[in-house]
Design a protein around this ligand. Structure first.
Ligand SMILES: Nc1nc2c(c(=O)[nH]1)N=C([C@H](O)[C@@H](O)CO)CN2
Length: 118
C-alpha cells in the first residue's frame, strides 16, 4: 500500500477547554498519512486517477475553521471520519498538534490511526 500525505497543514479554529480559549482562535497543525494505490495515477498521469491532496486539504480547512470542539481528541476523530468517508480512504494516520498549548513544550496533541491497512 502506498501513502499520500499532507504535512503541517495549519488551520485556525476555536479549540480548548478553558473560557479564554472559547473567545479566541488558535492554530492547529495536521500531519496526515493516507493509504492509497498510486499506480493508476502514475500510469495515466491524470489527477482523476489520484487521491487529490489539494481537494482534501481544502475540505479539511473548511471543516476545521467552522468547528468549535473542546478537545483535540474530538477534532482528530471528526477529521479522520471525514477523510475516510468522503474521500474513500481505507486507512489513515493523523497527528493533530496544538502548538504552544503547554508551557515548556513545542506542541501537544494526539496521533490516531483509523480504518484498515491492507
Ligand atoms: N488530552 C487532552 N488534554 C488537554 C486538552 C485536550 O484537548 N486533550 N486541552 C487542554 C486545554 O485546552 C489546553 O490545550 C489549553 O492550554 C488541556 N488538556
Amino acid at each position: 500500500m502506498d501513502i499520500v500525505y499532507i504535512n503541517d497543514l495549519k488551520v485556525d479554529t476555536v479549540i480548548g477547554i478553558f473560557d479564554w480559549e472559547r473567545r479566541i482562535r488558535q492554530t492547529v497543525s495536521l500531519d496526515l498519512e493516507m493509504a492509497a494505490d498510486i499506480s493508476k495515477g502514475a500510469a495515466t498521469d491524470h489527477i482523476d486517477d489520484a487521491l487529490d491532496y489539494k481537494s482534501i486539504s481544502k475540505r479539511l480547512i473548511a471543516f476545521i475553521e467552522e468547528s468549535e470542539f473542546q478537545l483535540v481528541e474530538t477534532l482528530a476523530e471528526r477529521v479522520a471520519a471525514l477523510v475516510l468517508e468522503e474521500f474513500n480512504v481505507p486507512w489513515l494516520r493523523l497527528r493533530l498538534s496544538k502548538p504552544g498549548a503547554l508551557r515548556g513544550a513545542r506542541d501537544v496533541g494526539v496521533i490516531i490511526e483509523r480504518g484498515e491497512r491492507s
